[in-house]
Write a protein that binds this ligand. Structure first.
Ligand code: CMP
Length: 475
């Protein structure tokens, strides 16, 4: 669109030049042949180039007025480009009127009206030959007048056969760019007969996504879990909260539908997929189960909240975490048993700044990013990968989460709760100290990122040590 309109504007000086040149030609022609035109035997021969020159001048003038009117005035007043069809009709009508006037001026003796009325048979022949073209043309005009959709809207024509973004409406057809990046031309007369579904560009359009869960899962929990997972996916509008509701109580499953609204409807394929993906991860993390045919239900029930990882593997992972280095093998195994595994999709938020939190997490697989939100924009603070931990600040100080943590790729984390940590602190006093060091250092990192005054990490950690001990009821 942008390139074609700028090309059109570039043509403006060219049309202007052509108009002036033809005007000059008409002037010179009249100057030289005016006397001869009014008398003499050459009259009828000279009239032909005269009519041609005048007609050319009329044509360029109409093009010039068209360009001035639609490229500048229309765009400025209405804010969008005038449709090609309207521009062409304008040119055709004005030019025809001018041509008839010129013709009459030179050949006043020929009766044009009679010429048209006597050629009725000719008219019928032309009419039949142009039946389709004229049909398209008039349907095009009525489409323009009605304006049921605009360029950039997503439309569905011919009972779901053609779906895509409207790129233009011409004499003959509506041009749609499909989601496979193909162009489909639907002739105007067909479009006029069909039901067309329009998803306007500046409208909050909704989509429905379906899934099923087993009967033993709590509907209230499912609604909460899925809604929260869907609402912060990309391109899901924040203006309306997604709706998760039971569609049907099926033979072997509860059938659900998610209704969500999109920012950009043209990207619904990607967003539908993302919503389904988020739903999968959210159900899995929360111990909810997709429904399968009844015969496989029994097997699927064996899935536990923790993903495939074995205890030893978790103990191994924990032993590689620097602050847990002083723990004995037994303590590591106990800690491993107390952890809960969760899997997050790329882009999902694990921790939201400002929330309450009473557990910390160790990255088992994958990577996460620690982010601060400043004036609506997120600013990365750190990237944590396998063996790193996060969420310790809120767990050990009882304060709200200091930052948000978002998965950069599919990430499996091990959650360690308050009770498990308290138990470890009682037997490993040095653990409190090493964790308070990490917290103090991270606070320095946060302050530097937020461009606040940098706290003194030594004094910080001394103060922290006391408050952590107090919070956990240790001496
Ligand atoms: P918490 O405040 O519970 O939640 C957000 C977490 O982000 C925080 O705990 C830390 O674990 C982590 N975090 C905050 N600041 C940093 C930092 N500078 N470097 C690494 N991780 C951080």
């Amino acid at each position: 669109m942008g390139t074609s309109s700028s090309a059109r504007r570039n043509r403006f000086p060219l049309i202007l030049l052509a108009t002036v040149a033809t005007g000059l030609g008409v002037y010179l022609f009249t100057l030289f042949f005016a006397a001869r035109l009014s008398e003499g035997p050459h009259t009828s021969f000279l009239k032909i180039p005269a009519v041609a020159l005048w007609a050319l001048l009329a044509y360029f003038t109409v093009r010039l007025v068209n360009a001035a009117l639609f490229d500048f005035a229309f765009r400025i007043r209405r804010g969008y480009e005038a449709p090609t069809l309207v521009r062409n009709i304008f040119t055709l009508v004005i030019f025809t009127v001018l041509f008839v006037l010129i013709f009459k001026w030179f050949y006043s003796e020929i009766n044009l009206g009679a010429l048209f009325t006597t050629s009725a048979i000719f008219g019928v022949i032309i009419g039949l030959a142009l039946q389709d073209t004229l049909g398209n043309f008039f349907s095009g005009i009525s489409l323009q007048a009605d304006r049921p959709f605009q360029i950039g809207d997503v439309i569905v024509v011919s009972q779901q056969k053609h779906t895509g973004v409207v790129e233009g409406i011409t004499w003959r057809a509506i041009k749609i760019r499909t989601f496979q990046n193909h162009i489909v031309l639907v002739s105007n007369s067909n479009a006029a007969k069909e039901a067309i579904e329009v998803a306007p560009r500046d409208n909050l359009n909704a989509r429905l996504i379906f899934f099923s869960t087993v009967y033993t899962d709590s509907p209230a929990k499912t609604i909460h879990v899925v809604r929260e997972a869907v609402r912060d996916a990309d391109n899901v509008s924040e203006k309306i909260t997604p709706i998760v509701r039971i569609r049907n109580l099926g033979e072997s499953s509860i059938e659900w539908e998610i209704k969500y609204w999109l920012e950009d409807y043209a990207k619904y394929n990607d967003t539908d997929a993302l919503v389904r993906q988020r739903t999968w991860y959210a159900l899995r993390r929360n111990g909810l189960t997709f429904a399968f045919p009844t015969r496989t239900l029994h097997l699927e029930r064996k899935v536990t909240a923790r993903p495939t990882t074995a205890e030893d593997e978790i103990a191994d992972r924990l032993s590689a975490v620097d602050v847990f280095a002083p723990l004995s093998t037994d303590e590591l195994r106990q800690l491993a048993m107390a952890t809960v595994g969760h899997v997050f999709a790329p882009g999902e938020t694990l921790i939201r700044a400002g929330d309450e939190g009473s557990s910390m997490f160790v990255v088992h697989n994958g990577r996460v990013q620690v982010q601060l939100t400043e004036s609506g924009k997120s600013r990365p603070v750190a990237v944590l990968s396998e063996g790193n931990f996060f969420g310790e600040m809120a767990l050990f100080t009882g304060e709200p989460r200091t930052a948000s943590v978002v998965a950069l790729e599919e990430t499996e984390v091990l959650e360690i709760g308050h009770a498990a940590m308290k138990h470890l602190f009682e037997t490993n006093p040095s653990l409190v100290e090493s964790i308070s060091w990490t917290i103090a250092e991270r606070r320095v990192g946060l302050a530097a990122s937020a461009e606040q005054a940098t706290p003194n990490s030594l004094a910080e950690s001394a103060g922290l040590l006391t408050s952590i001990k107090r919070f956990f009821g240790l001496r």
